[in-house]
Design a protein. Structure first.
Length: 405
C-alpha cells in the first residue's frame, strides 16, 4: 500500500465514487464541535427494477436510515456527503481501494491499495433472485392463471405484493408438512395415503391452491385438498380454476364449516381470513378431527367487541377503535390458549408486513401432546374471569374442552 499527499483529494475520491468501477463508499469518524447526525454513511450500487441506483445507509444513535438514489442523482448527492464532517473515507472500486484520513490539524493522508473487490463486477444484492417457494422467474401455469405472472413468466408489477404474500404463506406452512430435521413432520418417509388438507371458509383459495401446487408439483408429495365455503359463487370459481389447471386432486363444496363432514380426517386444517367466529369453527374442526396441524389467519373478529368490560380499562374501551383492537387481541389469545390446552404447540406470528394488510396475524399450531395443558388452562380461566366473557371457541369445543377449564 502506498501513501501520498494531495491538495486535490476530493477530485480523486469523486472520480473513484462516480465511475463505473465503483463498488462501495464508507464515510466514518465525524469531527467537529457539534454532534453529527450520523456516525457512519455507506453507499453502494444496487439494481432496483432494472435501474442501477446507489443505496445510501445513514447510521447513528442505534438507527439506520436507507435511501436509494437514481444513478443520475448520485454525483450531486455524493458532493453533499463529501462536504460533511467525516475524517475517514474509504472508496472501494474494481480497480483499487482509496483511503483518505484527515488529521486533527487538517492534514490529508491518502493511501492507495489493491482492490478488495477484485475481479468482475459483483452481483448487485437487489438483483439477486430470492429463494421463493414459488420462484419469481420462469413460467408457472398456476401463477399465470390467477394473473400473478404474465405469459413471459414475469411477476406483474401490480402483483408483486400478492406474489410475496403467497410465498410468505407457503414459507410459514410448508415446514409443518416437510422437515429435513427435527420433529416428526406431517409427511413421514413413506406416506401410505395422500396428505389430507381441509380449507375452511376457503373463498377464492389462491393461497391454498399455491400450497397444494408447491407440495404436489415441487415436493412430489401426494396430497388431496378439500375447500368449503358458504358462498356458492366463490366455490364455482374454485372449481373452474381447478378444471382449468387440470388438478383433479382438489374438491370444493358449498357447506357450513361446523356441519361439513370430510370423507377422511384432515391432517392439516386451514382457515385463511374466514370472518368472525368462522375462524373458531375451523380451529374447533381441526381439534375435534385430531388434525396434526392447524393454521388460521383470523379476520374481522366481532365476537368480543361489545362484551369486554373492565373498570381498569375504561380509558381504552371508550374509544371504538381501541376497543376493537383490544377485542381482536383477546379473541386470538383465547384461541391460542385453547389450542395449547388441547395439546397443540402454538405460535402467533406475523403473516405479512402490516404495511400490506392490518389483518396480518397467523396462528400456527402442531399437535405434540395429549390434551390437558395445566398452565395454559390456568391462564385461560384467569383471562376469562377478568373480562367476564365466554369465548366462542369454548362452546364449539364443548365436552372435549370442558374438563380442562
Amino acid at each position: 500500500m502506498s501513501s501520498t499527499h494531495s491538495d486535490n483529494w476530493q477530485a480523486m475520491v469523486r472520480e473513484a465514487a462516480i465511475g463505473a468501477a465503483f463498488r462501495r463508499l464508507t464515510l466514518s469518524a465525524p469531527a467537529g464541535a457539534a454532534e453529527p447526525p450520523w456516525e457512519k454513511i455507506v453507499a453502494r450500487p444496487v439494481e432496483i427494477r432494472s435501474d442501477r441506483c446507489i443505496q445510501v445507509t445513514y447510521s447513528g444513535g442505534g438507527k439506520n436510515n436507507v435511501r436509494n438514489f437514481r444513478e443520475r442523482e448520485w454525483p450531486r448527492q455524493f458532493d453533499d456527503l463529501l462536504a460533511g464532517p467525516f475524517t475517514q473515507i474509504h472508496v472501494q472500486t474494481a480497480d483499487g481501494d482509496l483511503h483518505i484520513r484527515i488529521t486533527r490539524k487538517g492534514r490529508v493522508l491518502i493511501s492507495k491499495g489493491a482492490p478488495s473487490v477484485a475481479g468482475p463486477a459483483q452481483a448487485l444484492p437487489h438483483n439477486r433472485t430470492k429463494d421463493y417457494p414459488l420462484p419469481a422467474d420462469g413460467p408457472d401455469s398456476f401463477l399465470e392463471a390467477i394473473g400473478i405472472k404474465n405469459q413471459r413468466g414475469e411477476v406483474r408489477p401490480s402483483m408483486q405484493a400478492k406474489f410475496r404474500q403467497i410465498n410468505a404463506f407457503i414459507g410459514l406452512v410448508e415446514p409443518l408438512v416437510v422437515r429435513s430435521t427435527g420433529d416428526e413432520p406431517l409427511v413421514p418417509a413413506r406416506l401410505p395415503r395422500p396428505l389430507e388438507i381441509l380449507d375452511c371458509g376457503c373463498g377464492s383459495a389462491y393461497l391454498t391452491f399455491a400450497l397444494h401446487h408447491v407440495l404436489v408439483h415441487s415436493r412430489r408429495i401426494r396430497a388431496t385438498l378439500t375447500g368449503i365455503d358458504r358462498n356458492r359463487e366463490v366455490i364455482e370459481k374454485c372449481l373452474a380454476l381447478r378444471d382449468q389447471l387440470g388438478w383433479s386432486d382438489l374438491s370444493f363444496h358449498v357447506a357450513d364449516i361446523g356441519a361439513f363432514r370430510p370423507a377422511n380426517p384432515p391432517d392439516l386444517v386451514l382457515s385463511l381470513h374466514a370472518c368472525d367466529t368462522a375462524t373458531d369453527e375451523a380451529i374447533a374442526k381441526g381439534i375435534l378431527s385430531n388434525s396434526r396441524a392447524i393454521v388460521a389467519a383470523p379476520c374481522c373478529q366481532h365476537e368480543l367487541h361489545h362484551k369486554i368490560k373492565s373498570p381498569h380499562f375504561t380509558a381504552v374501551l371508550r374509544h371504538g377503535i381501541l376497543r376493537e383492537r383490544l377485542a381482536d387481541i383477546l379473541t386470538d389469545t383465547f384461541r391460542a390458549l385453547a389450542l395449547q390446552i388441547m395439546g397443540y404447540r402454538t405460535q402467533v406470528v406475523e403473516f405479512v408486513s402490516a404495511d400490506a394488510t392490518p389483518k396480518n396475524l397467523l396462528i400456527r399450531a402442531e399437535r405434540t401432546q395429549e390434551p390437558g395443558n395445566a398452565d395454559a388452562a390456568r391462564e385461560y380461566v384467569e383471562l376469562k374471569q377478568f373480562w367476564n366473557v365466554e369465548p366462542a371457541i369454548e362452546g364449539l369445543l364443548g365436552t372435549a374442552f370442558r374438563p380442562f377449564v
